[in-house]
Design a protein. Structure first.
Length: 178
């Protein structure tokens, strides 16, 4: 059961398309034909027809997706990425990120208009790129793509990581010598 906040409205189409509208925007999701979505008294219930393994899996999946949509249209999602490395830079203008990540060229990364992006660089600190949007899957996918531009390496810890992410460090070659 998903409790709906005051300013959120949910509509279920005849084709099993669930549309969630809130103060931050509108999201839609196609639901499997076996799964029923019932709306009653500001509560949304996802029901499955049988106890089969497939129906249990779909029930949990669609319940989580609808819950993420409700949270997205009310609060939104935000991911902060930290860029660690000497000379690594990030700048954002017009939803295009410009990275300098130690390669021989700069990298331009276009972000969809549904996601708001900003980059902050303070003196003496690592650059931080902030992604904000109402679609949890889209924000996470963009963060994963940005992280893949320069994955964190385990010896010096350089690369793009989520703010606060811990990296398991390895000892170098000199650690094995005695």
């Amino acid at each position: 059961m998903i409790e709906l906040p005051e300013k959120v409205s949910v509509a279920v189409d005849t084709n099993n398309i669930v549309t969630v509208k809130g103060p931050k925007g509108t999201l839609s999701q196609q639901i499997d034909v076996d799964i029923k979505v019932v709306l009653e008294d500001n509560n949304l219930t996802v029901e499955r027809p049988t106890e089969q393994k497939r129906h249990k899996a779909l029930h949990g999946l669609y319940r989580a997706l609808i819950s993420n949509m409700v949270v997205g249209v009310t609060q939104g999602y935000k991911i902060d990425l930290e860029i660690v490395g000497v000379g690594y830079k990030a700048a954002a203008n017009n939803n295009v990120l410009e990275f300098s990540l130690g390669y021989s060229h700069t990298i331009f990364f276009a972000v969809p208009k549904e996601v708001v992006v900003s980059a902050v660089t303070e003196k003496g600190k690592n650059p931080i790129v902030t992604l904000e949007g109402i679609d949890k899957q889209l924000v996470g996918q963009i963060a994963a793509k940005i992280k893949s531009l320069r994955p964190v390496e385990p010896y010096k810890g350089k690369g793009v990581r989520v703010l606060g992410e811990t990296v398991r460090r390895k000892a170098g070659k000199t650690a094995s010598k005695k």
